[in-house]
Design a protein around this ligand. Structure first.
Ligand code: GLN
Length: 196
């Protein structure tokens, strides 16, 4: 079971470390061809506009859309969640547009740039240490989406089928429970494909 971490910008090594900790084989992804033998993909945080430009430049935009449309799980953290969304507040365009949700960028930024708070994450942890860094939040989630966590009444983690999004950074903690959850999603979808 091999999971890739998009390695254009952001906390790549940290995601790889967490995925290996939960038993996955994890590799950095720098070229589109490397998507071919992956069962799942993590899109890390960073700066969504910059990552988007690099994705266009290296041919990832369409390749990752196809990866998602082939029912391969994708987990976006922070900027990665913004890249997955099909609507961005105040912008006419979106990036990958794979997840039916509207996000607002830098949603907590005005109060505090970054902070950590223990949050209950449905089905994953009653007390997950969530690290927020100029984080977005999910303003609207489509009807097939499932809210996994809220902070101050704002949705900050959600799942829609084989897509997972978190506004915070689970890779910057010592807590691997969300990576374990994603690894289980990858196994589940792979098993479905093998049966089909
Ligand atoms: N604020 C960034 C953006 O809008 C996301 C921040 C992050 O990934 N830590 O892209």
């Amino acid at each position: 079971m091999k999971i890739g971490v998009l390695a254009l910008q952001g906390a790549v090594a940290e995601h790889i470390r967490m995925l290996e900790q939960v038993g996955a084989t994890a590799v950095p992804v720098k070229k589109v061809e490397e998507l071919n033998d992956l069962d799942g993909l993590v899109i890390p945080g960073g700066e969504s506009t910059t990552i988007s430009k690099l994705m266009h430049k290296y041919g990832f935009m369409e390749a990752i859309r196809q990866f998602g449309q082939a029912k391969k799980p994708i987990f976006g953290t922070c900027a990665g969640a913004i890249l997955l969304a099909n609507r961005i507040n105040g912008q006419d365009d979106c990036h990958l547009g794979l997840m039916d949700m509207k996000v607002e960028r830098n949603a907590f930024g005005r109060q505090k740039e970054s902070f950590e708070v223990d949050l209950p994450v449905a089905g994953i942890a009653p007390d997950f240490p969530a690290v927020f860094i100029r984080a977005p939040y999910i303003m609207e989630l489509g009807e097939n989406g499932q809210v996994l966590a809220k902070y101050e009444d704002k949705i900050v983690a959600a799942r829609q089928g084989h897509y997972l999004a978190a506004a915070f950074h689970p890779e910057l903690t010592e807590d691997a429970r969300i990576h374990k959850f994603f690894f289980d999603m990858v196994k589940e979808y792979r098993a479905d494909k093998v049966q089909a």
